[in-house]
Design a protein around this ligand. Sequence first.
Ligand code: ATP
Ligand code: MG
Ligand code: MG
Length: 423
Amino acid sequence: SYRKGGYHAVRVGDPFNSGRYIAQRKLGWGQFSTVWLAYDTHSSKFVALKIQKSAAQFTQAALHEIEVLSVITNGDPSNSNCVVQLIDQFKHSGPNGQHQCMVLEFLGDSLLRLIRYNRYKGLKLNKVREICKCILTGLDYLHRELGIIHTDLKPENILLVSTIDPAKDPIRSGLKPIIERPECNLNGGSTMSIIEKKLKRRARNAVAKISGRRASMGGALQNSERCLDGIDMRCKVVDFGNACWADKQFAEEIQTRQYRAPEVILRSGYSFSVDMWSFACTAFELATGEMMFAPKDGQGFGEDEDHLALMMELLGKMPRKIAIGGAQSKEFFDRHGDLKRIRRLKFWSLDRLLVDRFKFAETDAKEFAEFLSPLLDFTPEKRPTAQQCLQHPWLNLSSSTGKKMTNEADVENLDAGMSKLHV
Ligand code: ATP
Ligand code: MG
Ligand code: MG
């Protein structure tokens, strides 16, 4: 993709926007862009520099994202609403064309990486609560104050906020700005994320313990779990490339598959409540380490129908009116509101799933299921708004024990996936 119309190749030390920003290291990439950690010589702060592919459709997409981000930033000058802020934007010419660039506040690891670092075991419920409050604060701001629907909420698009400011505390954060292009060192400085560092340190300690005192493997696992304890779980919603306004929508098919609401599959029209559905899927994944719905196509049925089946197996049968009410309903449902190709459903329930499969304590499971269930109502209008959800008592509970720790065997079994339920 590093050709005409594609990505811009960046080297450590490259200057951008007349030398204001200096590239430090690559943070990530997506379908549209590469994202670099850059040093802002005006503010003496680190920023995230998103460099779009140069073809016309990518520039168009970037301009849309900038429009949404500008509304977000202008509406929240105090930067307290748990949504990423746009700092600057400009064009950069390179061998592959002209690239629209966005300068965003520099954030940390995504929740997806957090789930992976925690070995897909799920986070303690107190951590999940903290994260949920941030996401809901962001959604409430977007929905109620700005009329924006994110349409692609998922763990990958929620980034942790670094509690250490690397510019103010370069030694603790291990970040020293590179101001000039290094002669031959393309690696740049060591700019590991905070979680990466903590885990490395813990892993080293664990190994030292094992070799020194023959500690059990369980000890090492507990260490990696505990290593998140010191991290303040604040986060922000990012990636507004697909966002739209409730009264100005661009696409019928929105959201990443596993986080997609039923009304989107059925083409019944959508609104803010699609984000609430994705939020519930995200919260579940944080707490369990596993996706709530991972549909696959099978013999004689497609991914969409599998997805609808999985939803009903966990949440109960879809009301007939909702099932047959979408432009695509006839593809999947007969006139009684039963699926056409997947006839035998194996009903479960959210709280049983949490206890039986994820080894939640009974009360934890019941309370968490009571929090999630209303957000997963098949009738979109019945789902609580972000504002209402913020009032839910579950967010202010505190478990002294946290979720029961799973053991290693459980971690391995998590691969199984829930899509096998009705096979
Ligand atoms: P997508 O295909 O997901 O739409 P994209 O090209 O629009 O991709 P983003 O998702 O915005 O790009 O960013 C790509 C990656 O860069 C993210 O997954 C994340 O790892 C990193 N990233 C993005 N924004 C920031 C930020 N503000 N701070 C730190 N890292 C970031
Ligand atoms: Mg993304
Ligand atoms: Mg994007």
